[in-house]
Design a protein around this ligand. Structure first.
Ligand SMILES: [Zn+2]
Length: 591
């Protein structure tokens, strides 16, 4: 299937490569213009996987995997080209340019939404039955009002093996659909049985109002069952991608969101009037969730449990949020183990106070460090200062940094100047470290050249020529006008290696036809090697000068290499071959 250039352009612009990649790898931003990461396509200890924002491409200098956002999805999700396009369409809400009626995938999605809606209705109805008395008692004990239960669509999954399966079959859904939608599982006998049994059900609603998944909470404590059973990946839901209650919280006017740990906290907060509370679904907070949150808030208040696990979760979230665009604050949950309990035992007003007095991330980190040491002793003071200096050195804003330096000085009775000096030293060391990392990456990039990761089999034996060819091609991608300008000096025959010659022919054709030169437009028909080579060239594009001078130098280098080769070839030739070659040349020249 062919896609139009316009369609691919739209798809690319709606799927920012940095955004997409960050869902799969931890991008590091320290000390470099371009984010990098440990490569998801090969095992490595230092990051060689680089994302280029301006060209919307990526390239791994360790294994040579590279391409655009479509190639990335193709490789990481192991899809074919059309499936990868479909995946990205889906991600950004675009429609595939096909007839939706016969599109099996779209049909399946529609069925999944319908099934979830029907299952949600069924669970709600079950909550009202006699068999659900204990579930209602639990909700009452947690202080949830009937309106709240209704607003969040809470339900009950009966304590049987096939209530839902039977109900759904009566509504026309097949067992295999239910299994695919994670509402049922296939038993050993081949019959389907309910995934959710004797659980309080929390439907998960996306921003368009569709039920996309369920969380089922165990009702009997002390059993050895998992506390939560959650929907796995389906055609409409990807684990770790959603934010619970964002469908309600997204309209909040002051663009502040409160991030809680669980469903019950969020619901209790909403009931108490804090309608900007949300929770990250899934056990691990992901970059994709962060980028989703950042679209709906300028300030994020973390409100995790007060226990040790909650504090660890807070630290982890803060690390992940370090490069997030929003302001961060951390609520201190005192007088209860979680927000739900605080509201219940101390009331809304107390909660409001906790929210407004929540310290920012620096204050939080400093006070967390302080609790680790006894700063009335010299050893404790030193330990705390060491840690504090690290935190202070990480503050980008100079005014802010100054304020906290004064505070730490005051708190520990140390001179301000001494701390300033330490912080400066730490910042310099940090800068040096990131410069060294940058240097190492570049050295690896250069070394990578010789490791033969660049998919050109002739490269090793023709390094000088190859480098000139690569620079020419990379420059041409940036400056298509050079093709015409140097037409008298450069054509396909100027190239020595087959791979680069073929690329030149392809690129030149595109330039003459006025077609776009971004990677995506090549991706459809190109082989993996060609894509890898092209993304290497695009990566190279950001490191070369791209000037006419450089271009001309490379053309001369190529001509020089070509001459050396024909001289060498001539000396290796038999007399007959030599004569044939001369005659051939004469014929070409028309002599
Ligand atoms: Zn790699």
């Amino acid at each position: 299937m062919r896609f139009s250039d316009d369609f691919i352009a739209e798809l690319r612009s709606r799927n920012d490569i940095e955004d997409v990649v960050s869902k799969y790898v931890d991008l590091q931003y320290r000390g470099s213009r371009t984010p990098k990461a440990l490569c998801p396509f090969h095992t490595e200890k230092t990051a060689s996987f680089i994302v280029y924002r301006d060209t919307q491409s990526y390239y791994c200098f360790g294994c040579g995997n590279g391409g655009d956002v479509i190639t990335f999805i193709k490789n990481i999700e192991r899809l074919d080209y059309v499936e990868a396009v479909r995946f990205l369409c889906d991600r950004c809400g675009m429609t595939m340019p096909t007839d939706p009626v016969d599109d099996e995938y779209l049909r399946l999605r529609r069925r999944c939404y319908e099934a979830n809606r029907e299952a949600g209705r069924f669970f709600c109805a079950c909550l009202k039955t006699e068999a659900a008395a204990h579930a209602r008692a639990y909700l009452e004990k947690r202080g949830l009002k009937p309106e709240t239960v209704q607003q969040f669509g809470l339900g009950y999954a009966p304590d049987t093996w096939d209530s839902l399966v039977k109900h759904m079959k009566s509504k026309g859904f097949t067992e295999s659909e239910l299994v695919a939608f994670f509402l049922a599982k296939q038993g050993r006998t081949g019959r389907a049985y309910d995934v959710f049994r004797n659980r309080l059900m929390f439907p998960i609603v996306d921003l368009r109002g569709n039920v996309v998944a369920f969380g089922g909470r165990v009702l009997e404590s002390g059993t050895n069952q998992a506390k939560y059973v959650n929907t796995s990946d389906t055609v409409v839901y990807k684990k770790g991608s959603g934010i619970y209650a964002l469908n309600f919280a997204k309209n909040n006017k002051d663009r502040t969101l409160i991030l809680c740990e669980g469903y019950m906290d969020v619901i209790a907060m909403h009931q108490a009037g804090f309608t900007n509370a949300v929770a990250a679904l899934g056990t691990a907070f992901t970059q994709e969730q962060i980028s989703l949150l950042s679209r709906y808030c300028d300030e994020l208040i973390l409100s995790f449990d007060g226990d040790e696990a909650g504090q660890k979760a807070t630290q982890r979230a803060l690390r992940l949020l370090a490069n997030a665009p929003m302001k961060l604050r951390v609520m201190k949950i005192v007088g209860g183990k979680d927000p739900d309990e605080v509201i219940k035992t101390q009331g809304k007003e107390r909660m409001r106070e906790l929210i407004s007095s929540a310290p920012n991330d620096t204050e939080f980190a400093l006070s967390a460090a302080e609790t680790k040491y006894d700063i009335t002793t010299d050893d404790g003071k030193l330990g705390f200062l060491n840690e504090a200096v690290g935190i202070l050195a990480g503050i980008a804003n100079a005014v802010e940094r100054d304020i906290y330096i004064s505070r730490v000085a005051q708190r520990t009775g140390t001179s301000r100047e001494a701390i300033v000096q330490q912080v400066r030293r730490a910042m310099a060391a940090k800068k040096k470290r990131s410069e060294r990392e940058q240097f190492e990456t570049e050295a690896r990039e250069a070394a990578g050249d010789d490791k033969g990761k660049i998919p050109n089999p002739e490269r090793r034996t023709n390094l000088r020529a190859c480098k000139a060819e690569e620079t020419i091609l990379a420059s041409l991608l940036k400056n298509p006008d050079y093709l015409k300008r140097y037409a008298s000096m450069l054509d396909a025959d100027s190239f020595i290696t087959k791979v680069n010659k073929a690329l030149f022919i392809d690129i030149a054709e595109r330039i003459r036809a006025g077609r776009p030169l971004e990677l995506s437009y090549f991706a459809e028909n190109a082989s993996n090697e060609q894509i890898s080579m092209l993304s290497y060239l695009i990566a190279l594009g950001s490191r070369i000068a791209g000037t006419p001078q450089e271009f001309e130098d490379c053309i001369r280098t190529l001509a020089d290499e070509k001459m050396k080769r024909s001289a060498a070839a001539a000396s290796d030739m038999s007399d007959d071959d030599f004569v044939a070659m001369i005659q051939n040349k004469r014929k070409k020249a028309g002599v």
